[in-house]
Design a protein around this ligand. Sequence first.
Ligand code: SF4
Length: 465
Amino acid sequence: KINSPLEAYKFLPATNCGECGEATCMAFAAHLIDRSHKLTDCKPILEEKFKKKYEELDALLAPEIREVEIGVGDKIAKIGGDDVLYRHKLTFFNQTQFAYDVTDSMDEKDLVERVNYIQDFKKFYVGNFLTVDMIAVRCTSKDPAKFAAAVKKVIETTDLPIILCSFDPAVLKAGLEASKGRNPLLYAANKDNWKEVGELALEYDVPVTLFAPDDLDMLKTLAKTFAAMGTEKLVLDPGTYPTGKQLKKTFTNFIKVRRAGIDGDREIAYPIMAVPFTAWMAHDDPVSASYWETVVASVFTIKYGDIMILHSTEPYAMLPELHIRDTIYTDPRKPVTVDPGMYKVGEPTADSPVLVTTNFALTYYTVESDIASNKIDCFLWAIDTDGIGVEAAVAGGQLTAEKIKKGIEESGFDLKKDTTHNTVVIPGLAARLQGDVEDATGANVMVGPADSGRIPGWMEKNWPP
Ligand code: SF4
């Protein structure tokens, strides 16, 4: 395994030709290590004379946990592909994929309605829409023909990737026939059906989940057997027991499997499946069921579920699941930013306030949403602080009076001419810049609240100035 740019550099052509967009091979090597470039971005290394070095380096750069693809086209889902146990050591790459279930016993109208609800579900958060990823089609009828009909209806309704869920090879085969060309994930092969399901996975060339509840030796044996049969498109399900001591055991199993994979045990270095649906099943009351399913989903989003099957589509269950996933899979190496500049919120006029914040996306969207939801028309300036929030940017020198002046001037906005008040409102957490901003801009400077949720109350008391 390669860990430093120097080690990767030794395999590169060392001509510094620049075709990859980097000035030197060493700079390119650094990007290979942080995975912001692919090896194939270096065209010279694809030439025949470098073939051996290419193959060696390609193998050495492969992530510890194999990457598995489910689905096709724009909606293809990639899972696994991680190199670290802790995200701050690099980053986690392919976010946990959430599959919500439908069954082949559902009425066709209900099935289509549920699939549409799942594929249309979205929540705007920090500049992006958070969405869910897959449909898990469960066979509850035990009838291959019914299962095939349900699978057919699902793929007619959505392009989302699908999981075919049954332990009966005849049912899985019917589902595979109905979803040819869609690269579904099979769920699952176990100690009883592994031969037939393995043959199906090879025949249809699709990924397959291996299920060995609370038996890591069996899980590893199944993985070795499938690899020997000729497929490494595997997902491991060590069983998800959602309650009491069993939950702790499940948690330990997930950590053991991932730790072994990251530590170099290739025989078990595959993505992991969690099934929080078991928590939903364990409770009679639907609110408790949804609550505990969300708790289990959150636990295994953090450690180390790469894909999961869920049931509850209540917003109070889906929103926390999506939020925690977004947090865990945000790249800690890159601050989340918005483009610096002036944004109009509502329909501001010359009498409207001019507010300043930073271009840290979480700060910007929080302020923007607090203002917009209270129907306050204003000019909102996102000052370029390299994506750092207000308090840290003031302390670190990324938010200064000069930066505020420059930010406003560069947008062509003239506080004297374009407003009737020549006033800037700075965040409460930047109060100590008040005098400097007055000197730099020649404007009146007011100090707003420290918490943007209090802007409406502050406006009532202080605006117009
Ligand atoms: Fe070096 Fe390849 Fe980049 Fe050329 S394209 S500079 S050979 S890494």
